[in-house]
Design a protein around this ligand. Structure first.
Ligand code: UD1
Length: 374
């Protein structure tokens, strides 16, 4: 490659957590000046509060192309992205394709690139829950198996990848890119008036914030299963008299609450529409507790020092357990109440940040790619 030629790069995003991870990456690519970057939105998330607000909050450039695939079964969604993205990549012939995270858009993006033999980088490689019933675990395993550059968030990532036969020289431990986004946008999020709107603070004043908890639920394993959703809701509603709990409801979860006729089961909680990135970050930062089945929120809570109860039996984010910021409680209502009550009774610990969760991950990724591709 000529020394001054820029590397034509396609960054593929599709769902809410992808947008957060792409923001610092695009920023670092722009600073590096050696990459000509095209942003491709698959359209997996399409509602304004699942997509547009993130582009605004994260100051992302509008996508160069939106494939508009929207919802469908996993097979339909993955297949449709593969078909449409395959055509675009064939036409554009980028010299590098970057996929992030573990959603259907990640796997479909990786497959489309690999089928055309385009160099492929996966950001957030090597995470494993060892639960192959999770769609995200399948997306992670397959994406990693066909990527050329694998960027890991934590030490366990390398071990997992080596065990699966990935060569050591393809693996780069760079830290967690969500922390870059958090560092980049924390000063802006401070100006969010969400706490005043929720009635927890007067003018957002730090000293006068009332204690509250945040709940998020969206994983298929938690919300598509009537029993597991009922158990989690029983636990959190039993806790609610002790601490007001706000619940921004993911579209998948809203549909299930209606379908299972569980509107009654959530009367003790404060239901909200999904929050944008800045409002969510602000709400999370001052929360006394977060209860979640999300992977990304476990990591954000660890860095913000907010005690996190993960409503699953396992996590792929081992670093959050190792630093003491996260506790796995599963879906047993009694355990949810007792662990949460214990946490409310004592001052929150100040966990140490896991190694390389320092806001410099995107810069490391761009440096590695630059060294290897030029
Ligand atoms: C996806 C990811 C999950 C990620 C989550 C973040 C996969 C397999 N799962 O789950 O890993 O943590 O995004 O939110 O990729 N819907 C809307 N509006 C939207 C998007 C979705 O109403 O903008 C509804 C549709 O009814 C859709 C359902 O939500 O069928 C599920 O959406 P989908 O993108 O398939 O998966 P998520 O549950 O959002």
């Amino acid at each position: 490659m000529k020394p001054n030629k820029r590397i034509k790069t396609a960054v593929v995003v599709g769902a809410r957590p992808n947008f957060v991870k792409a923001a610092p990456l695009l920023h670092a690519f722009a600073q590096g000046r050696r990459f000509e970057v095209y942003l491709i939105h698959t359209g997996q998330h399409y509602d304004p509060e699942m997509s547009d607000i993130f582009f605004r909050d994260l100051r992302l450039k509008p996508p160069d192309i939106n494939l508009g695939v929207a919802s469908g079964s996993h097979a339909e969604q993955t297949g449709e992205i593969l078909k449409r993205l395959g055509r675009v990549l064939e036409l554009w012939r980028p010299e590098l394709v970057v996929v992030v995270g573990d959603v259907n858009s990640t796997l479909a993006g990786a497959l489309a690139a690999r089928k055309l033999n385009l160099p492929l980088a996966h950001v957030e490689a090597g995470l494993r829950s060892f639960d192959r019933t999770m769609p995200e675990e399948i997306n992670r395993l397959l994406t990693d198996a066909i990527s050329d550059y694998l960027f890991t968030t934590e030490e366990s990532g390398r071990r997992n990848l080596l065990r699966e036969g990935i060569r050591g020289e393809q693996i780069f431990f760079v830290g967690n890119i969500m922390v870059d986004a958090l560092e980049m946008f924390a000063p802006v999020a401070r100006r969010s008036d969400i706490l005043a709107r929720l009635g927890f603070s007067r003018n957002g004043h730090r000293q006068q914030i009332a204690p509250y908890a945040v709940l998020t639920l969206h994983r298929a394993a938690t919300v598509d299963d009537r029993t597991s959703l009922a158990r989690v809701l029983e636990g959190v509603t039993r806790l609610a008299p002790r601490i007001p709990t706000v619940f921004p409801v993911h579209p998948r979860t809203r549909v299930r609450l209606q379908e299972f006729r569980m509107e009654e089961a959530v009367t003790g909680l404060r239901l909200l529409e999904p929050l944008g990135y800045l409002d969510f970050l602000r709400a999370l930062k001052s929360a006394r507790l977060v209860l979640t089945d999300s992977g990304g929120i476990q990591a954000e809570a660890a860095v913000l020092g907010v005690p996190c109860l993960t409503l699953r039996d396992r996590t792929e984010h081992l670093a959050t357990l190792e630093c003491g910021a996260n506790t796995l409680v599963g879906t047993d209502p009694q355990r949810i109440v007792s662990v949460a009550a214990g946490m409310l009774a004592r001052d929150p610990a100040r966990p140490e940040r896991p190694p390389l969760w320092d806001g410099q991950t995107a810069r490391r990724i761009v440096n590695v790619l630059q060294e290897n591709l030029t």
